[in-house]
Design a protein. Structure first.
Length: 163
């Protein structure tokens, strides 16, 4: 192990990592807030009136589920970062996560929304795959998010077909 490796490990175990965790939590909170802003009013607008599949959950489910998922995503990224892993893919999937709500809800582009969320599915699956190299716990923390995005993909596809 080189001196640089020791320094990196030491730096990531100092109090600073907690600030990185706070930053990652803040980043996911910003994405959550922007996503909520993008679909504000749509739960009482076109989306409320849209034809939905029978497996569509009640609207109140989305907030609590996304809250848990965003916290898990941030903690997963933090665990990978602490072990020296890169987060480029994680930031990319977060950008696609952010893009989906305005495309689907605000713009009502159901088919382009499906393309965005399909790319998101692939990116999240790749994150799970890559995160397991740095931290098995981080990979497992991303699995519920992957499951939820796959479920959301079925909703997006069904709503696009039905409307």
């Amino acid at each position: 192990m080189s001196t640089a490796d020791v320094a990196t490990r030491t730096d990531r175990r100092s109090p600073r990592p907690w600030l990185v965790l706070v930053g990652l939590l803040a980043a996911t909170a910003v994405v959550a807030a922007l996503g909520a802003w993008a679909n504000a009013g749509e739960t009482t607008g076109w989306y409320q009136d849209a034809e939905k599949p029978p497996w569509n959950p009640p609207s109140w489910v989305f907030g609590p589920v996304w809250t848990v998922l965003y916290v898990a995503m941030a903690v997963a990224a933090w665990l990978v970062w602490r072990r020296g892993g890169g987060l480029g893919l994680w930031w990319t999937q977060l950008a696609f996560n952010l893009a989906w709500s305005p495309v689907f809800f605000a713009l009502q582009w159901l088919w382009p929304g499906l393309v965005v969320i399909l790319v998101l599915d692939v990116l999240v699956a790749l994150c799970v795959w890559r995160f397991r190299r740095s931290s098995v716990a981080a990979a497992w923390l991303m699995v519920p998010y992957l499951a939820w995005t796959l479920y959301a993909t079925t909703l997006n596809a069904a709503i696009a077909v039905l409307n």
